[in-house]
Design a protein around this ligand. Structure first.
Ligand SMILES: Nc1nc2c(c(=O)[nH]1)N[C@H]1C(S)=C(S)[C@@H](COP(=O)(O)OP(=O)(O)OC[C@H]3O[C@@H](n4cnc5c(N)ncnc54)[C@H](O)[C@@H]3O)O[C@H]1N2
Ligand code: MOO
Length: 408
């Protein structure tokens, strides 16, 4: 019997990169309101300064900071009040030594002003005189022209994934449309004679489909477009037809089930029948997820994920996501947090283990608890916040050891 020729996860990622080096997504231009979590296509330069004028960050009196040096509540400085800055309008005031003027938060600073004293530290003595009860340093309580973004500056690099704060900055630079990578189009196919739709009643031996739903939503979360979903019986011809149709409309196809060594596990043979180069990975030295398949046909990427719901999602997170990020040039690192293991965790060397975990916070420390279970039991993942990795050659991890938790 053929044995799975297992690669480490790193080797598999490397191989994926080699096979798909030539596949790139095109760009599209979209409104920034639709751009959350999308990946920037080209470096973004600012054509303006932000802010576009020197402005105050407090409600107070615009001053020449030197005029306040040495001032205190008991020994205040007295400055001549020469007027008021209007919000949202330019000011013509130019301060001379010994003068001040009222400026609201965000208001334009008068010429020569290099700081603002908060109103709390001032007292208006009469129409002409303001008593300053504190000293301020040069540049205190002001934002200078271009201090946030300078004209001509590269604000975002190609490959950056847009977050809400980034979209705010784009708006601040006057950009309401942005070029991003087109979303990868993904088809999700679940195989198995036993799989029925969640709305259907199950007969003995049948189960309700989980993988289509968990994988489709995982893919959406990674800024991909789900173009087709199908449940297919374990039948060579049916799966071949479904895959052929999916290849017409998708960049990536995720098949779950039928990846192992059973007589009805046909995913690998079907991918090979579709064309060259066909399957180039079958078997990973990981747990869960050992029978994973990856193939390439006509520049389309086909994953054969293990049918077990946990294995399918774990391989999605560790391998499929790696490829998706590569496709759209996302340079973002996979975030993790660290914590201390609450207990020993055993592991057999030879495979990289992914152990689901939960976190509790004790004495301001993250304490990490494993959530054990079989890879057919998806609630193992619903009870967890992420997973830790145990290296291929490690025999386990020890209580108290610091570990990285990759969050879902
Ligand atoms: N002789 C061997 N048997 C198995 C091996 C092996 O190396 N040698 N590997 C085991 C491992 S590890 C896994 S994981 C599974 C993978 O099996 P398949 O990819 O062939 O998947 P199926 O047999 O079709 O299904 C496995 C299991 O998952 C359930 N399933 C499938 N699809 C769905 C779905 N869409 N929603 C919910 N649950 C699903 C299915 O009913 C099965 O219970 O192979 C082991 N065997
Ligand atoms: O490794 Mo399989 O992927 O768990 O049950």
């Amino acid at each position: 019997m053929e044995l799975l020729n297992t690669l480490t996860m790193k080797e598999a990622q490397q191989k994926l990169k080699e096979y798909f080096e030539d596949i790139r997504l095109e760009q599209e231009e979209i409104s920034i309101l639709d751009a959350l979590d999308r990946i920037i296509w080209q470096d973004v330069y600012s054509t303006i300064n932000v802010p576009e004028f020197n402005r105050s960050t407090v409600d107070g009196y615009a001053v020449i900071s030197k005029d306040t040096f040495g001032a205190s509540e008991s020994l205040p400085s007295f400055l001549k009040n020469v007027g008021e800055v209007e919000m949202g309008a330019p000011t013509k005031i130019t301060l001379r030594s010994g003068e001040c003027c009222y400026v609201p938060t965000g208001g334009m600073l008068p010429e020569n002003c290099d700081g603002v004293v908060m109103v709390e530290y001032t007292e208006v003595l009469d129409d002409d005189t303001v008593c300053i009860q504190t000293a301020i340093a040069p540049k205190e309580n002001i934002l200078q022209l271009g201090e946030d973004i300078a004209e001509g500056q590269v604000v975002f690099n190609r490959g950056h994934k847009l977050r809400s704060q980034d979209i705010g900055v784009l708006a601040g630079m006057g950009l309401t449309r942005i070029k991003v990578y087109r979303k990868p189009k993904v088809s999700i196919i679940s195989t198995g004679d036993e799989i029925v739709s969640p709305e259907e009643e199950v007969k003995p031996g049948q189960i309700k489909d989980m993988n289509t739903y968990s994988l489709a939503t995982a893919v959406m979360k990674d800024s991909c477009e789900v173009v087709a979903m199908a449940v297919v019986k374990d039948d060579f011809g049916l799966l071949e037809d479904t895959l052929r149709n999916s290849m017409e409309v998708s960049d990536v196809i995720l098949v779950s089930g039928g990846s192992s060594m059973g007589t009805k596990d046909v995913t690998k043979d079907v991918i090979n029948a579709l064309g060259e180069p066909g399957v180039f990975i079958h078997g990973l030295a990981v747990k869960p997820g050992k029978p994973t398949i990856v193939g390439k046909v006509n520049n389309k990427i086909i994953f054969g994920l293990p049918g077990q719901p946990v294995s399918a999602l774990v391989i999605y997170q560790t391998l499929v996501r790696y490829l998706i990020k590569h496709l759209y040039g996302d340079k973002g690192l996979i975030p993790y947090i660290t914590g201390e293991l609450a207990v020993n965790i055993a592991s057999a060397p030879g495979r990289e283990h992914y152990v689901m975990v939960n976190i509790s916070q004790e004495n301001e420390k993250n304490v990490i608890f494993p959530v054990h279970g079989k890879s057919g039991l998806l609630t193992m993942m619903t009870k967890s916040v992420g997973y830790i990795k145990i290296d291929t050659n490690q025999e386990g991890l020890i209580k108290g050891q610091t570990v990285k938790v990759y969050l879902f």
